[in-house]
Design a protein. Structure first.
Length: 364
């Protein structure tokens, strides 16, 4: 029996999908809270917490889903969800957070973390050029992540003494550790539910695994990152809000894709459509962060609106492409030949102005 075009099987899949998303958010929330409590006792800067502990917690759902997808031989979902999550994190999470409160950007992000994120995106793009990611590629990505974490550790030890996080209640390390394990177990169960339901819904609607990964799962696994950054922005913890997004993207690109490619029974396949459009869009979005962050060392509400507008155009393109609408080609041409060049010119102009202002301040 069909209800509104849905069979009993697809209704069950939708319920399973919603349950998986709810468990995903709950598990990530538990994991992030426990991780922040554990890190607070170390008296580490909020930015470092955002880039590492909070970002790892936000990326844990992505790791769970990608591993489940790989072991179930749904590699397009594993790769597509990482790409979709990276685009969503920057354009939507940062965009909405900036609408709440203009986000202050530290010099460390502009000098180290953003360039590393750009290099990580470029590395993934180059390694995926042959339409697959092998275990050797996975090792390279994981080695890059270890090198980045080593740089962060070195900076933390040689930086000024950070301020204490008064908003975080310090708890015994054992209870925090047990909470983290509990959160991870919930995430594994949620990842299993979400993957199974997403594949069933995709088959029922005739959608490709790439589209499901880019949209439904990519957005779903980004919800913990979105919630964390929005809450941090509301509480005035701007460094955590920004650091969480950058760190989460780095963990997704280097950690999730690297570990997934390493343990996969066969090389991860990369869709030709992903190579032709989605990966270049992700690389462009990541590069976009550098001039935006450099111009005044903050993300304004206007720039947040620009980010949200870009994601709206990207989302319309994906939907149009999925359902074979002629709008897809027009949107792609509009983005490639008009919107992106105008955006690049505007950002170069604002970056040059910002550089001149800072140069004048230093010379005075």
């Amino acid at each position: 029996m069909a209800i509104f075009g849905l069979t009993a099987l697809s209704l069950f899949s939708v319920i399973e999908l919603i349950s998986g998303l709810l468990l995903l958010i709950a598990g990530a929330e538990i994991l992030v809270r426990a991780a922040v409590r554990l890190a607070a006792s170390l008296k580490v800067r909020p930015l470092i917490i955002g880039l590492t502990i909070v970002a790892f917690g936000s990326s844990a759902p992505q790791m769970a889903v990608s591993l489940q997808a790989t072991l179930a031989d749904n590699t397009d979902i594993a790769v597509g969800s990482v790409i979709g999550s990276s685009i969503f994190n920057i354009l939507v999470t940062l965009g909405l957070s900036a609408l709440i409160i203009p986000l202050r950007v530290s010099r460390q992000l502009v000098r180290l973390d953003i360039p590393v994120m750009i290099l990580a995106s470029l590395l993934v793009f180059v390694l995926a050029a042959n339409e697959e990611l092998t275990p050797i590629d996975g090792l390279l990505l994981l080695a890059a992540l270890v090198a980045y974490l080593g740089l962060l550790l070195y900076q933390t030890r040689h930086s000024r003494r950070p301020r204490t996080l008064d908003t975080v209640v310090q708890a015994p390390w054992l209870s925090s550790l047990l909470l983290m394990i509990g959160g991870l177990l919930i995430l594994v169960v949620a990842g299993h539910l979400l993957l199974g339901a997403a594949v069933d819904v995709a088959a029922d609607l005739g959608l490709s695994e790439r589209i499901i990964g880019l949209t439904l799962i990519g957005v779903g696994t980004s919800l913990p990152c979105l919630a964390t950054s929005l809450i941090a922005a509301l509480r005035g913890e701007r460094e955590i809000a920004v650091g969480n997004v950058i760190g989460s993207n780095l963990f997704n690109l280097l950690g999730v894709l690297g570990f997934t490619a390493l343990v996969a029974p066969s090389p991860l396949s990369v869709s030709p459509n992903a190579l032709a459009f989605d990966l270049p869009v992700m690389l462009g979005v990541v590069v976009l962060c550098l001039p935006v962050f450099y111009s005044g060392y903050r993300v304004t509400r206007a720039e947040g609106l620009v980010f949200l507008g870009l994601y709206l155009v990207y989302g319309l393109h994906v939907v149009s492409f999925t359902f074979g609408m002629p709008l897809a080609t027009k949107l792609e041409q509009l983005m490639l030949y008009y919107v992106l060049p105008a955006l690049v010119a505007f950002l170069l102009f604002t970056s040059l102005q910002a550089w001149r202002r800072q140069h004048k301040r230093e010379s005075q």
